[in-house]
Design a protein. Structure first.
Length: 346
């Protein structure tokens, strides 16, 4: 082999290497764009099917409808204990109620957990009882009306999820790692008693186990339960948006879409992406409404503290940039039945 031949072959090998070096990232970019396009199409189709407005164009506490691209908004997160086993899709009680306010300029979220046993006035039936009964009496419309009356805050959007959504999302991201505070036995999503057994300590949980931890309140209180649910939710969100979960988005979309109803359109959902992009990080503060045990008869309630509830109302109004005076003209009689509460940041 002469010198010229060796030089030519060496040049060809170098060119092939360069071509491969350039081609590999292009292939990954193409695959990524194709996958992104597929996910977008699937998300649009699946999540659009979850839309259910209940004929409500805007909150009665708003002068005009909000635009998530321009306005601060609120979202009521409703977790229901509906299941095929219980056959209670249309009359289930809420197991989780969280009111979140989102401030566009500050890129911050404030989430208030409302204990399920809170003793409040439910307009749908005209008397005070546990807030988680509102959904059983009148579904999402009655739940929204009750929360708006209690908090004096407009509920712009709602997201309702059942247990299956939670289980499937946790499983889709490969489970979550949490610190279990104590040994516990809890029923599973099929209502089988003591089906879930967890020992204390930091560990990885699957969907059923995470749900059991989120639901249990036998070993502490409804307040601690609300805090656990908030922490578990933040852990799931953090895992879901991590780079390690990119290839699991397909399963996540399927899990959420098939077990969710919301009055947010797909375009409105897309507008929330801005909270996680751009300069600065997303501020996420969690609170709960505290009070004291109240048992006037055979039924246990959580009696909220009125003074602290008023402070929470003002905090949320300021976060939404609303007028801190009452947003609704209610009589003194109506105000006296609105409920009580306290906010605790942790």
């Amino acid at each position: 082999m002469n010198e010229n031949t060796r030089v030519k072959r060496t040049k060809k090998r170098k060119l092939r290497k360069r071509a491969i070096i350039i081609l590999i990232p292009l292939v990954f970019i193409f695959i990524g764009l194709s996958y992104a396009g597929y996910l977008y199409a699937k998300a649009e189709s699946t999540l659009s099917d979850s839309y259910e407005s209940h004929g409500r164009e805007k909150s009665d506490l708003r002068e005009s409808a909000v635009d998530p691209l321009e306005d601060n908004i609120s979202i009521l997160i409703v977790g229901v204990d509906a299941s095929d086993v219980r056959n209670n899709k249309n009359n289930s009680r809420t197991d989780t109620l969280m009111l979140a306010t989102l401030n566009k300029d500050k890129k911050s979220v404030k989430m208030v957990s409302i204990p399920r046993d809170s003793y409040v006035y439910i307009p749908e039936v005209g008397y005070k009882t546990k807030i988680n009964h509102a959904h059983a009496y009148g579904g999402i419309p009655a739940t929204i009306e009750t929360v708006e009356r209690l908090m004096d805050i407009p509920v712009d959007y709602y997201v309702k999820l059942n247990f299956e959504a939670f289980i499937e999302v946790v499983n889709a991201v490969g489970g979550i790692t949490v610190d279990v505070p104590y040994e516990l036995y809890e029923q599973n999503s099929k209502d089988k008693e003591r089906a879930i057994h967890l020992m204390p300590g930091k560990q990885k949980l699957n969907g059923e186990e995470a749900l059991a931890l989120a639901r249990t309140r036998k070993y502490d209180s409804d307040i601690e339960r609300g805090k656990r649910q908030q922490e578990i939710m933040k852990t799931v969100i953090k895992k879901a948006i991590s780079i390690n979960s990119v290839l699991k988005f397909d399963d996540i979309i399927e899990a959420v879409g098939s077990n969710m109803t919301t009055n947010m359109t797909f375009d409105e959902m897309k507008s929330l992406i801005s909270y996680g992009t751009g300069k600065g990080s997303l501020g996420f503060d969690t609170y709960t409404l505290e009070g004291h045990n109240y048992q006037p008869g055979d039924t246990y309630y959580w009696q909220l503290d009125q003074v602290a509830l008023n402070e929470t109302k003002q905090m949320l109004k300021q976060h939404l940039d609303l007028n801190t005076t009452a947003t609704a003209n209610r009589s003194s009689e109506e105000a006296s039945t609105a409920g009580d509460g306290e906010s605790v940041n942790y």
